[in-house]
Design a protein around this ligand. Structure first.
Ligand code: GLV
Ligand code: MN
Ligand code: MN
Length: 413
């Protein structure tokens, strides 16, 4: 059987649209933060669709959801696909959701065509790919791949000091240690995702086959200076924590610009000051810095430069600071046999394609540590993502889903 299954693009697009309405902020913005009412509603939405299609499901202790199309040979490990449905504040409708609902549609299309896989096929909806609640992205896949221990996960606190255990308690059962998988518990993992860059659109290609995922790192810096009255304290001798932080944010930009690697990117996406009063000198400031590269050595050299700059800036301004590494992950190299498989299926389906790098991180970054992994990218308008006008065309979504379904079919037979 080849191409005898039928992806129902209307059904898939309708579900993407419906899911996008489950949002803390009004459309077109999508906001779904881990364990918020919207995140929980998105999970129920997905489970209802999966059960309607006749698939079974289970959930682990951190809320990763596994939806299963059972294979005829239970001695074989499953093929997995999936992504996330959580969304950062003010995001769009396609990041993660295309991989989850596209994965569901791929499985449904195969089932409706009467296909019986030998290997089971599993769709995973990973918990908290986005870092919003706890500051750490890919929470579910980190725990699955043992890149984060249960003890480390239990230490996580949100901005209000509430722990992961407190958040998950009402929704998930079991110990966090039970989330960990063994190497090769899955035969392969394939994640379908929007590109979040504009290379495919610029080259007018249908799909990208991801060979490597850039190495992400992030840091939290707290600055301690001395507060005081904005009118009464003269400029000489001030110890303004915010101004030290502001200079460090500029040093982040500079380190990325002067890096020997063209792929180095640095962003200061979070900044906060205390006491946050217009007529009060900030006595404390906080920065959260995201720093990435495909070249891990170049990334780490640049991070060293930021640290040195922070030392010098804070010494000059008589401000102290604490540097906390949230994570500093290696890149992932995708499986060459899976890339060959995707390439041959793309050719067979007449999809124009190229091999490429993922600059964003994904749950695939962590799944690659425990099983052969690859990603399918589809173009998104102007490369826009993490914003409400994120958009992928129905054609692009349906082509990516077609390639995913064909690959799941081949690998599971
Ligand atoms: C994922 O959303 C990322 O920040 O790369
Ligand atoms: Mn994202
Ligand atoms: Mn994503």
């Amino acid at each position: 059987m080849s191409e005898t299954f039928h992806i129902q693009a209307d059904r898939l697009l309708g579900e993407l649209h419906e899911l996008a309405q489950i949002s803390e902020h009004p459309a077109p913005a999508v906001t779904r933060i881990l364990f918020s009412p919207e995140d929980l509603a998105a999970r129920i939405f997905l489970l209802e669709k999966a059960h309607q299609a006749g698939f079974s499901s289970r959930m682990d202790a951190v809320g990763n959801i596994m939806i299963r199309m059972a294979g005829t040979d239970p001695s074989l490990t499953a093929i997995a696909t999936g992504s996330h449905t959580d969304a950062i504040p003010n995001a769009g409708a396609y990041d993660g959701t295309v991989g989850v609902l596209g994965g569901l549609e791929a499985m449904r299309a195969l089932k409706e065509a009467g296909y019986q896989p030998r290997r089971s096929i599993e769709l995973i909806m990973f918990t908290a790919e986005e870092p919003t609640r706890f500051g750490l992205g890919c929470l579910g896949s980190r725990l699955m791949s043992r890149c984060l221990s249960a003890d480390e996960a239990s230490q996580l606190r949100d901005a209000d000091g509430k722990s992961l255990d407190e958040w998950r308690g009402p929704h998930c059962t079991g110990a966090l240690s039970e989330v960990a998988l063994r190497e090769n518990d899955y035969h392969a993992f394939i994640e379908l995702h929007i590109e979040q860059g504009n290379l495919l659109e610029a080259k007018q290609l249908d799909v990208g086959l991801v060979e490597k995922i850039a190495a992400p790192a992030s840091f939290r810096l707290r600055f301690h200076g001395s507060g005081g009255h904005a009118g009464a304290v003269l400029m000489p001798g001030r110890r303004d924590a915010f101004l030290a932080a502001a200079e460090v944010a500029l040093a982040v930009e500079k380190a990325a610009i002067v890096s020997s690697s063209p792929d180095t990117v640095g962003t200061t996406g979070v900044i906060d000051v205390w006491p946050k009063a217009i007529n009060s000198i900030p006595c404390e400031a906080l920065l959260e810095i995201d720093f990435r590269d495909t070249d891990v050595e170049a990334r780490d050299i640049a991070i060293g430069q930021i640290r040195q700059a922070a030392d010098a800036i804070c010494a000059r301004r008589n401000v102290t600071f604490e540097w906390h590494c949230i994570h500093q992950d290696p890149p992932a190299i995708c499986s060459s046999w899976l890339l060959d498989e995707l390439e041959s299926n793309a050719r067979m389906l007449d999809l124009s394609h190229c091999r490429m790098v993922s600059r964003a991180y994904h749950d695939a970054l962590f799944m690659a540590r425990i099983c052969p992994t690859v990603m399918i990218f589809i173009p998104c308008r102007n490369g826009w993502s993490h914003r409400p006008d994120e958009y992928a065309s129905p054609e692009a979504i349906s082509r990516g889903t077609q390639l995913l379904a064909e690959t799941l079919r081949k690998l599971s037979q």
